[in-house]
Design a protein around this ligand. Structure first.
Ligand code: ADP
Ligand code: ASP
Ligand code: MG
Length: 812
């Protein structure tokens, strides 16, 4: 004898029912088989809803009933069932209608009535499926499970009466001659014959009871996924089916939310050592999961990660419980008396508090029961009234082998902590098969994914980017990412996902990664970027290893970095403002980065893509000390002074630099030295000096009217009118056989910026085009400085500096 169970998802449509039949016929080829079926997918929920509506005297229950009726008629038609079958279907629907009408009239939807109503889901589906046998060359019968499965009167979650049930099953199948027997799952009856059910999802249990009573070799559970997965496949894309798992592991996983198997299912099978195979009706050739007693499935310490999503945490605390025996006993008695199931318990060793996690629907009942039980202690202030926390979830890491492995809980909690998932309570059973943590409901998907990555993926790291500012540099960065995505995946096991893009008007999100072929068009059609929608959307997505990339020059954007770091979202900034304005702000960002284990990177702030800040950090981290910095840090000013000569006016050269994108949109930021000052401030701070912008000595080389110009056009005009001023600067330098370079320096903690005449012998003299150069003198580089030199401006090199910062996050 074989037992196969097909869930609601496998019998949701006529097409899938045909698939079920193919599997059933194959199973019954050489052996008799019992096929246990659930209600058509979604029907049990509809029945529950119809009952509730009728109970509330809401006539829409009739509409819900019509939905149920139409659904079954449609399937019957598609399955080409006989007229007799259709007549019987109508009888069943009529019975259901009468019961619902009764509920409507007398306002009663007790547990007993609920079971009566819900039973029609399985009765209808099993009947229709068995009627399809007309077209099969095989003997098929329908057997009402209520005649064989006997239970107590615990309606909606009845307990099986043994050995009565086993005997009835054995007797029936001893005499039955059909090759295939179709039976409804989930439903059963009391000794008096009243309909009961085994709890939502209970068809799995029906099949297990039949399998155990008949001592079959294996129970097959057919569903819509290819087995029991390492995590819920709907929430963790990288989850995969576990090939083999022990009974206890499967039980823990299902108790903690792996819906694929109804938790009590394993008990009768474990007692008889009958294996369970979970298979996919839609992909029958895929391996599936085999659940056995086997100990060789212990090789991998963690088998799965799972969660329960609607949890409340109740805490009883107060000085009155320290050292007093019996408090926990009374607490558990109070909860048991009102039938509240405790999912997790923790007690601090100080005995000052006990914390229990319960299903959110039980919150009110549970807290009232506890407060009542301890009313005298609460009145005398020895205990506080129950503290209730809502919107929580439990996440559990499960595996038999965890017992023999140190450090799993350490890993679990550090992974959660690093991803800003706050842990409210922790429990680990003495069996060490399950480590559970209570976290906020909003963090579940992130927690599942980061834990899955830690325990099952190791290989591929995903970095999720949220980029603001998609001008020149932004566009180049996106092009570089698009070009390099496949390489990074293949060589560094690194997946770069651009999840969010925004400019000042629009924003665009796709948690699976925005297609970079036509991002511009997608962004143009994106949502409008107003108020705080961008930041809120990023927080709501709550993705692991999220990175905010600022490619603007905007001070409002820069002012927001702290908010990102506090959410454990790394910040990669091209924008120099945050690192160069108030020292206190820079310091705060550095501290937040440390506190939240979240990088704040800004390599491109100095020298675009040149490795200036990274090199400086390496010097400092390895114990060196910077004594002096000499640098040409403005690609724009270098371009201007390299091209300014007797033939070309200062005005012409500045205009060209501006038009070719070498200057900031407002060229005064470059020409006044502000941009260079910002850079030397950043280098000084990264060298360990507490320095502010207004402490930088900045002697302007501009004419007075240039310094006082109010607008860009006005400023450009002064370059023309004051041409003689600039020519004089050039001539004087030339007269001294020198060239003009705009130099930044730091010595003894004092920084300055300004135009200098550089003699031939100096390393700056031959600096070409828009190149930058930095000379670091340190305790180790005393006579000969460490020199970094190369193109220090331009969209491509800046984008590549940003890309470098992003890639460096792969180890976070
Ligand atoms: P059926 O209708 O066949 O009884 P269920 O809906 O009860 O199917 O269970 C299958 C569903 O369980 C899957 O579609 C999946 O979304 C969910 N699920 C949750 N956790 C897991 C897990 N760890 N492995 C497999 N499926 C899971
Ligand atoms: N149909 C029932 C439910 O939806 C039982 C089952 O599917 O196992 O809960
Ligand atoms: Mg199920």
């Amino acid at each position: 004898m074989k037992v196969l169970k097909f869930g609601g998802s496998s019998v949701a449509t006529a097409d899938s029912i045909k698939k079920v039949w193919n599997i059933a016929i194959e199973a019954a080829k050489n052996d008799k088989a019992i096929i246990v079926v659930s209600a058509f997918g979604g029907v049990t929920d509809l029945l529950q809803r119809a009952g509730e509506q009728a109970n509330l005297k809401d006539e829409t229950y009739l509409k819900t009933l019509s939905l149920i009726s139409e659904r079954h008629h449609a399937e019957a038609t598609q399955l080409k069932l006989s007229d007799t079958a259709i007549n019987h279907l109508e009888d069943l629907l009529e019975q259901l209608k009468n019961i619902l009408q009764g509920i409507y009239l007398i306002n009663e939807f007790s547990d007993k009535t609920i079971d009566k109503v819900l039973s029609y889901g399985e009765l209808l589906s099993a009947f229709l499926i068995s009627e399809m046998s007309n077209i099969q060359d095989i003997s098929v019968s329908f057997k009402d499970s209520r005649e064989l499965l006997k239970t107590d009167v615990n309606f909606t979650r009845a307990d099986i009466l043994q050995p009565t049930t086993d005997t009835l099953i054995q007797e029936y199948f001893r005499s039955d001659i059909s090759q295939l027997t179709i039976m409804p799952g989930f439903i059963s009856s009391t000794v008096k014959g009243e309909t009961t059910t085994l709890g939502r999802g209970g068809s799995d249990y029906t099949a297990a009871i039949l399998a155990a009573a008949l001592d079959v070799k294996i129970l097959e559970i057919w569903t819509d996924v290819s087995g029991m997965y390492t995590a819920n496949p709907k929430l963790v894309a990288q989850a995969y089916a576990i090939p083999e798992i022990s009974y206890h592991e499967a039980m823990e996983l299902s108790h903690f939310g792996a819906k694929v198997l109804y938790p009590p299912t394993i008990v009768p099978l474990l007692q008889k050592n009958i294996p369970i195979m979970i298979k996919n009706t839609f992909e029958p050739l895929e391996g599936g999961t085999l659940i056995t007693d086997s100990s060789h499935s212990k090789k991998k310490p963690v088998k799965g990660i799972t969660h329960l999503s609607n949890i409340a945490l109740l805490t009883l605390e107060g000085n009155g419980m320290v050292g007093i025996p019996g408090i926990s006993k009374r607490l558990f008695e109070a909860l048991s008396a009102v039938k509240v199931n405790i999912i997790l318990i923790t007690q601090a060793s100080s005995e000052h508090s006990i914390c229990v996690a319960v299903d959110a629907v039980d919150t009110e009942r549970a807290s009232t029961a506890i407060d009542t039980m301890f009313k005298y202690e609460i009145a005398s202030q020895e205990l506080q009234p129950t503290i209730v926390e809502h919107d929580l979830a439990i996440i559990a890491v499960i595996g038999d082998g965890m017992k023999n492995h140190q450090g799993i809980s350490g890993d679990m909690f550090s992974v959660l902590g690093n991803n800003n998932v706050n842990i409210r309570a922790i429990a680990q059973g003495a069996s060490e098969r399950n480590i559970s943590a209570v976290i906020a409901k909003k963090d579940v998907t992130k927690a599942l994914n980061v834990l899955h990555y830690r325990f099952f993926e190791k290989q591929i790291k995903t970095i999720n980017l949220f980029i603001v500012g998609v001008g020149n540099v932004g566009a180049r960065l996106l092009a570089q990412i698009a070009q390099q995505q496949a390489y990074l995946l293949a060589h560094l096991m690194l997946k770069i996902n651009v999840v969010g893009l925004s400019n000042s008007r629009k924003m665009l999100f796709d948690s699976n990664g925005i297609s970079l072929d036509n991002w511009q068009e997608q962004l143009d059609n994106g949502q409008s970027n107003k108020d705080d929608a961008w930041f809120k959307s990023i927080c709501e997505l709550n993705l692991a290893t999220s990175v905010f990339v600022d490619i603007t020059a905007n001070d409002t954007v820069a002012a927001g970095y702290g908010r990102y770091l506090k959410q454990s979202i790394a910040v990669v900034a091209c924008n120099k403002i945050a690192s160069s304005n108030n020292f206190s702000n820079y310091k705060e960002l550095k501290e937040l980065s440390k506190k939240y284990h979240t990088p704040y990177l800004f390599e491109t702030n100095v020298g675009a893509g040149l490795p200036v800040i990274n090199t400086l950090n390496n010097l400092i981290n390895s114990g060196d000390q910077v004594t002096e910095i000499q640098a040409v840090l403005s690609g724009s000013l270098n371009f201007i002074f390299n091209n300014f000569n007797k033939e070309r006016s200062f005005y012409d050269v500045v205009l060209q630099a501006q038009q070719e994108g070498y200057t900031e949109p407002d060229p005064r930021i470059d020409l006044s030295g502000v941009d260079v000052a910002r850079k030397i401030v950043i280098l000084a701070r990264e060298s360990g000096y507490e320095i502010e912008m207004d402490e930088i000595e900045n002697k302007s080389f501009l004419s007075n009217s240039g310094n006082n110009a109010d607008s860009v056009p006005q400023f450009l005009a002064t370059l023309k009118t004051d041409a003689a001023h600039y020519e004089a600067l050039f001539n004087k330098a030339e007269g001294n056989s020198s060239r003009l370079k705009y130099v930044a320096s730091l010595k003894n903690g004092k920084a300055s910026v300004g135009l200098q005449e550089i003699p031939k012998s100096h390393p700056f003299y031959n600096l070409d085009g828009k190149d930058n150069i930095v000379l670091f003198y340190t305790n180790r580089y005393v006579d000969q400085p460490l020199i970094i030199k190369g193109a220090g401006a331009g969209a491509d090199v800046t984008a590549s500096g940003l890309f470098g910062d992003i890639i460096s996050l792969k180890n976070v």
